[in-house]
Every structure is written in C-alpha cells, then in structure tokens.
Write a protein that binds this ligand. Structure first.
Ligand code: E4P
Length: 216
C-alpha cells in the first residue's frame, strides 16, 4: 500500500519523506490556505520533496476552467497530479487532461457509482473520503470495499486512494479492504508506529543490557 501525506506543510513533508515511507503528497485548497503561502510556490516546493505524485486541486467549477487550471498546475512540475472534484464538469475535464497524459486525482468521492464514473473518465486516482462519511454515520470502509470489487471486476487501472483518513484504524481497514493508496495527516502517519508494548519491551531490553554491560 502506498502512503501519501495529506498536508501542505513542507516541514512535515520533508521530515516524513526522510523516513523513505512516503510515496506522494495530497493537498486541497483548505490545506493550501492554512499554509498561508502562494499556491504555485508551495506546490513547487512540495514537488521537490518527493518523487511521487503531488495532488494540486483546481478551484474552477466549469470544465474549460478546470482544464486550463489543470494544464497550468501540471506545468509546475512533472510529478503534479491534478485534483478535480467529482462533478460532470470535473469528469469532462478529467477525460481531457487524462488524454493529454496528465494524471488526475478525482476527489470528493462518496459513492461507488461516482468511482465508476471517475474510472471511465480516465482518472489515475479516485479519492473516497472515509472520515467525512463516518461523520454522517455511514461506514466509509464499505465504500472502499465496493470500489475495490467494481474496479477488479472490470480491471480498471484507477488507483483507490483512501482519503479523509482520521485514525490508525482507518489506515488498517483501508489496507485490509485493498485500497492502493492511503493519504493521511502527518500526525496519523506518525502514530502508526506506536504501541505501548513496544515501548515497554524496549525499556526492559535496554535496562537488562545496561545491567549486563552489553556493548555492540
Ligand atoms: C484528500 O485528498 C483530502 O485532502 C483529505 O483527505 C480530506 O480530509 P478531511 O476530510 O479530514 O479534511
């Protein structure tokens, strides 16, 4: 499973990229706004921190506007993936950009039929939003499972990018459901390593090593 980090904070991205565990980055207009920096500048910097795809989202809502913004974003760096919303205009723009050879991440997916449309429109990634479904008491994992089955039935190559991940449990369940990629905030990715028995076990090993004077 590939790991993308969902942030526009370049310090966090650089820190996590240094672990070698990060395969790409996703951003959205809310995350860019939070960074307080100019859009193109922050995307260019992020693209230099990873070789993997960096999702940059358009803000136009009509197909022509999305296509022109998408082409502009794709010029920032080779590893930009243009993020488009799951609307009819978004799907139209997706087909055009995909035909241009620009990878598209279709975002704000909340149903299996939406995911089917995105795959037919040539999306490189489909982003089902798990946490936002959970927020309205719908199990987001059912959606990942449905999309996995549909994409496998028809051998669609669109990668399932589990998004709006809010907890380590979301990461585990997405992996079990067969998501190709998950994107999560830095804090969730960092929390994956933690287990109290790991900490306790290490403490005991180090204390025993010290007592016995073990040196490596
Ligand atoms: C993904 O591409 C989105 O940027 C993100 O996962 C949204 O997460 P949220 O629902 O926690 O804002």
């Amino acid at each position: 499973m590939k790991f993308f980090v969902d942030t526009a904070d370049t310090k966090d991205i650089a820190d996590l990229a240094a672990t070698g565990l990060i395969d790409g980055v996703t951003t959205n207009p809310s995350l860019i706004a939070k960074s307080g920096r100019p859009f193109a500048e922050v995307i260019a910097e992020i693209c230099g921190l990873t070789d993997g795809p960096v999702s940059a989202e358009v803000v136009a809502i009509d197909a022509d506007g999305m296509i022109s913004e998408g082409r502009k974003l794709a010029k920032i760096a080779e590893n930009v993936a243009v993020k488009l919303p799951l609307t009819w205009d978004g799907l139209k723009a997706c087909r055009t950009l995909a035909d241009d050879g620009i990878p598209v991440n279709v975002t704000l997916c909340f149903s299996a039929n939406q995911a089917l449309l995105a795959a037919k429109a040539g999306a490189a990634f489909i982003s089902p939003f798990i946490g936002r479904l959970d927020d309205i008491h719908i199990d987001g994992m059912d959606l990942i499972q449905e999309i996995r089955q549909i994409y496998d039935n028809y051998m669609f190559e669109t990668e399932i990018l589990a998004a709006s991940i809010r907890s380590p449990n979301h990461v585990k369940l997405s992996a079990l459901a067969g998501a190709d990629v998950m994107t999560a905030p830095p804090a969730v990715i960092r929390s994956l390593v933690s287990h109290p028995l790991t900490d306790k076990g290490l403490e005991t090993f180090l204390a025993d090593a010290k007592k016995a004077g073990i040196k490596v």
